[in-house]
Design a protein around this ligand. Structure first.
Ligand code: BGC
Ligand code: CA
Length: 347
């Protein structure tokens, strides 16, 4: 072999080696940047604002000198169309994982297609897509909580209090006259929370009489309005108010205050969430109880999952149901344990 030919072969081998090394490096390369795009249905929602605050905090715990985590948040202000545009924008900006709180939980296809085209996984949260849609792609996940459990716990708290305090049955007819304030009609938490709370109270042996059920879309001001109408319709007859969330329970209390009812003439109120103001109301005994919607736990699971999906590391530390779902437990908060939570929160 001539010296020239020998040199050419050596050079070619060198180039091949370099190429092989580059390929191998690329395969094992872990992205050092997690860019999380968060799209949520409405900025006016108190619980979601608190949840997203927790998510920011949780993602921050993964950051260090050699690992960058960014979070970009978009508010759809209640429009599914806007949310689709925002998801497209987040993908264009380079997000490599999405956290989506759907405006319309029954209509995620457009968003799933966008994410799939860019091979960016989606963690849906709080507003659960229907099971069939979750099967559209294998990179779809959901983090939330079990609606039925929240209703059961709310019902148990109400039943305990009614049995303990006979004055709740104001007109002494052996029945509890109640009203319900409900969230958005298509939301997984609305129907299930109402049904399971009412069933739990009835199954404990208490006789209930439903006066009215009003939709107030999770919103304090709407709940106040709806409650004022109900008070007008049933003056002094309402003994129990079950609200699908704290914001609406507080709106109901606002209505009684606005109408200058004295506190001794108030019915008892129960909420769900344990938002900052909800916990304060339990502490001041305005709210008889709430069910804690574990936003810290949900945010921690979302942050872990987001990082694991991008880096490929840490998936085994997460507990899934049906391979795609992470549900955090609810728990009761009443007079008995509120002081523990108030200490944890920053009051
Ligand atoms: C919360 C509500 C919130 C709703 C928004 C529910 O799980 O309890 O407070 O408004 O989610 O999707
Ligand atoms: Ca009664």
């Amino acid at each position: 072999m001539g010296a020239k030919k020998y040199l050419t072969i050596v050079m070619l081998m060198g180039i091949c080696m370099q190429f092989l090394c580059a390929c191998e490096k690329k395969q094992t390369d872990i992205p050092q940047k997690v860019q999380v795009g968060v799209a949520f249905y409405n900025q006016s929602d108190i619980f979601l604002n608190e949840l997203i605050g927790c998510l920011k905090e949780q993602l921050g715990t993964f950051e260090n000198d050699s690992f960058e985590v960014t979070m970009m948040v978009r508010d759809a202000a209640g429009s599914q169309r806007t949310q689709e545009d925002q998801v497209e924008e987040l993908l264009t900006m380079g997000c490599n994982v999405l956290c989506v709180n759907l405006v319309d939980r029954a209509d995620p296809s457009e968003i799933i297609d966008l994410a799939r085209d860019n091979d960016v996984p989606i963690i849906f949260f709080n507003r659960e897509p229907v099971a069939k849609d979750m099967q559209q792609w294998d990179k779809l996940y959901y983090v939330g909580a079990d609606a039925k459990q929240s209703g059961v716990l709310q019902g148990e708290m109400a039943a305990d209090l009614i049995k303990e305090n006979h004055r709740i049955d104001r007109n002494n007819d052996g029945k509890i006259q109640y009203v319900v304030l409900e969230g958005e009609s298509g939301h997984q938490d609305t129907i299930i929370r109402t049904e399971s709370a009412v069933d739990t109270i009835k199954n404990s042996g208490i006789e209930l009489e439903k006066l009215e059920c009003g939709i107030a879309n999770w919103d304090r001001a709407q709940a106040q309005n709806r409650m004022q109408q109900m008070i007008g319709q049933y003056p002094n007859q309402i003994e129990l108010v079950l609200a699908n969330n704290d914001a609406m329970a507080l709106g109901a209390i606002d209505a009684y205050e606005k109408l200058n009812y004295t506190e001794s003439a108030f019915p008892v109120f129960f909420g769900i969430d344990g938002t900052k103001v909800g916990l304060e109301a339990v502490m001041n005994s305005k709210l008889s109880g709430t069910v804690y919607n574990d936003k810290e736990g949900q945010a921690a699971a979302m942050a872990k999952l987001a990082v694991a999906l991008v880096t490929g590391k840490g998936m085994d530390s997460l507990v899934f149901e049906n391979e795609k779902y992470i549900y955090l437990s609810y728990f009761k908060i009443t007079d008995d344990n509120i002081s523990r939570f108030i200490q944890d929160e920053d009051f």
